[in-house]
Design a protein around this ligand. Structure first.
Ligand SMILES: N[C@@H](CCC(=O)N[C@@H](CS)C(=O)NCC(=O)O)C(=O)O
Length: 225
């Protein structure tokens, strides 16, 4: 990437849910941006320059300055472009709860999916049961936040937790197909299941999620099946 003239640039990777989160936040806020897809096996000079600490995407460049770590980027977007729709609730207690459950995704849910990737046979079944328990705890924890009409956590527009869930969970069919395992079902977590499937129909989510077949192939190549 040469000298960057766009005000907002996202360095991302198409298969990364962390990057999908940032793209969704920019779209919900209506912020024009330039997207640069990174090859993570051959990281660009820009990636290494703008995230020298973790050397990971997403990286948001705003007026030439970099912001790293998806959760931090989401909050930055909400603060800099502080017009409606707000990604975080106004009420500090609700805001703390949204942050808590968004963090639960990074700390518990995503690592539990990696354990499924890394295991086989009986071990994978056990990892799937563990993930199921972790997802049920999430559903239990957020259920009072569901909006009965839209089943979006924040109401009619996508809020921060909707964005986290959309980016990471709406691709569950690709994940399950690649791992040949069923974790996410309406029987086990009915409200969470409806929420995710409603999010899948949202126009911004539809246009931003990676194509199913391409993602299945990518996940299979990572798992080595
Ligand atoms: N905690 C980071 C995680 C980002 C992350 O893991 N990015 C992956 C892509 S999904 C990456 O850039 N990996 C490159 C590497 O590990 O070398 C965030 O929330 O932004």
């Amino acid at each position: 990437m040469g000298e960057e003239t766009s005000e907002v640039v996202l360095l991302g990777n198409w298969a990364s849910s962390y990057c999908t989160k940032v793209e969704l936040a920019l779209k919900v806020k209506g912020i024009p941006y330039k997207y640069v897809d990174e090859d993570l096996r051959n990281k660009s000079d820009s990636l290494l320059k703008y995230n020298p600490v973790h050397k990971k995407v997403p990286i948001l460049l705003h007026k030439g300055r970099s912001i790293c770590e998806s959760q931090i980027i989401l909050e930055y977007i909400d603060e800099i472009w502080d017009h409606s729709p707000k990604l975080l609730p106004e009420d500090p207690y609700q805001r703390a709860k949204v942050r808590f459950w968004a963090n639960y995704f990074d700390q518990k849910i995503i690592p539990s999916s990696y354990r499924i990737f890394q295991s086989r046979g009986e071990e994978r079944k056990k990892a799937a049961e563990e993930m199921e328990e972790i997802l049920v705890v999430f559903e239990e924890g957020v259920k009072e936040g569901f909006n009965e009409k839209f089943h979006f956590f924040n109401g009619e527009t996508l809020g921060l937790l909707d964005i986290v869930v959309a980016a990471t969970s709406c691709t569950y069919e690709a994940f399950q197909e690649a791992c040949e395992i069923e974790v996410f079902t309406p029987e086990k977590m009915p409200k969470f299941f409806i929420w995710v499937n409603n999010l899948k129909e949202h126009p911004l989510v539809k246009e931003t999620l990676p194509p199913h077949e391409k993602l299945v192939a990518k996940l299979k190549s990572i798992i080595g099946t």
